[in-house]
Design a protein around this ligand. Structure first.
Ligand code: 2IP
Ligand code: CA
Ligand code: CA
Length: 350
């Protein structure tokens, strides 16, 4: 059976291994960081970076999914463009048929044979993902699908590389890094399948990763972790850039706003039940940030609405920060009771 969910989890796990490989080697990491062009920058940041890891991960996911599911070719969208410049010239980074060819291409970017070799090995090493309980064949999904990839969310945390607090609710650091793959219905815009890999979930002698998924169909509704997990009723995740008056309204109404890095990671904290919602009044998240976790949240009975229109966020093809911005802000929530209360206290009723 063409296990669609298994394929997404397999490539998300490989993406996590690539992100780890790129960070492991300080020299390699220094080679990988490049400031984004003005047109690609997220207004949230004065300096917005992408790393070769971002571009590589996105290309690996595109290559893997479109070779296994050719009907998706041309409908796999991602945050990053696959152009990477090493100073004097720019190179189109992609996965080649063979490891040798991929090594040669990477060496053009890295100018470091050994590093290029190491990375190409991880890219071409196919470790199958452990059995996934719910085989999901692509035939169970609507015909017209699209995929949104955020290859590495929390790039700033990824580059800084802090290990994060060792207990309780991690708020910054490598644990906030997530690989996000969201599948949506191109006709309705509804998020259907979400897969998240958290490559730096726990630090013991090395980093152990964690995975999460959700399938949100009429006749199939599964999530990992299970939906019955209780949700913290008081903590609300906010961006460190959120307005003080919004944080005040939350505190005045029985909630505790918690500043946590990472759009994907804040959404993940709702999915795991550690916070009950994520409120963002700013236009600083994009379709690639929210699609994966939106599918999981809807499968759990929650969702994401636009902070200004109160409409559920819906997904479409697009390219770049202008076309793909959740420009009214978002509110993500675990259940209807929470969203109804938040709309009321934030006085958002139109
Ligand atoms: C970023 C990243 C930032 C987030 C921003 C996202 O994605 O998740 O953490 O800002 O909205 O677009 P904040 O930390 O204020 O929530 P990326 O790292 O992929 O650019
Ligand atoms: Ca992101
Ligand atoms: Ca990103």
């Amino acid at each position: 059976i063409d296990d669609f969910l298994g394929s997404l989890l397999t490539v998300a796990a490989k993406a996590g291994r690539i992100a780890k490989a790129c960070r492991e080697d300080e020299h390699l990491l220094s080679l990988l960081v490049q400031e984004k062009k003005e047109s690609e920058k997220n207004p949230r940041f004065l300096h917005d970076f992408k790393t070769l890891a971002d571009v590589l991960v996105q290309e690996v996911i595109k290559y893997h999914v479109s070779s296994k599911f050719p009907e998706l070719k041309g409908h796999i969208y991602g945050e990053e463009t696959n152009e990477f410049s090493n100073g004097e010239s720019s190179i189109i980074v992609e996965v080649k048929e063979t490891e040798i060819e991929t090594t040669a291409l990477l060496n053009q970017v890295l100018d470091d044979e050994q590093a290029a070799n190491a990375l190409a090995k991880v890219i071409h090493n196919d470790e199958d993902f452990e059995e996934v309980a719910n085989n999901l064949s692509i035939s169970q999904l609507p015909e017209e699908l699209g995929i949104w990839i955020d290859p590495i969310d929390s790039t700033s945390e990824y580059i800084q590389g802090r290990t994060g607090e060792d207990s309780g609710l991690v708020r910054t650091g490598l644990p906030c890094v997530t690989v996000l793959i969201g599948v949506f219905d191109r006709l309705t815009g509804a998020p259907l399948v979400g897969v998240v890999n958290q490559p730096f979930a726990e630090k013991d002698d090395g980093w152990t990763s964690k995975y999460f998924y959700g399938v949100n169909l009429q006749d199939l509704n599964v999530t990992h972790p299970p939906s019955f997990l209780p949700s913290n009723e008081k903590l609300v995740a906010v961006s460190s850039s959120e307005d003080a008056d919004i944080k005040e309204i939350l505190s005045d109404n029985g909630y505790t706003p918690v500043e946590i890095a990472g759009a994907g990671y804040k959404l993940l904290k709702i999915i795991t039940g550690e916070v009950c919602a994520y409120v963002l009044s700013k236009p600083t998240t994009f379709l690639w940030d929210t699609c994966a976790c939106n599918a999981i949240l809807e499968a759990q009975g929650g969702g994401i609405i636009n902070y200004s229109t109160l409409e559920p966020v819906r997904y479409r093809a697009g390219q770049g920060v202008k076309e793909c911005c959740n420009d009214g802000g978002i509110i993500a929530y675990r259940n209807d009771e929470i969203i109804n209360h938040l709309i009321q206290i934030l006085n958002l009723v139109k």
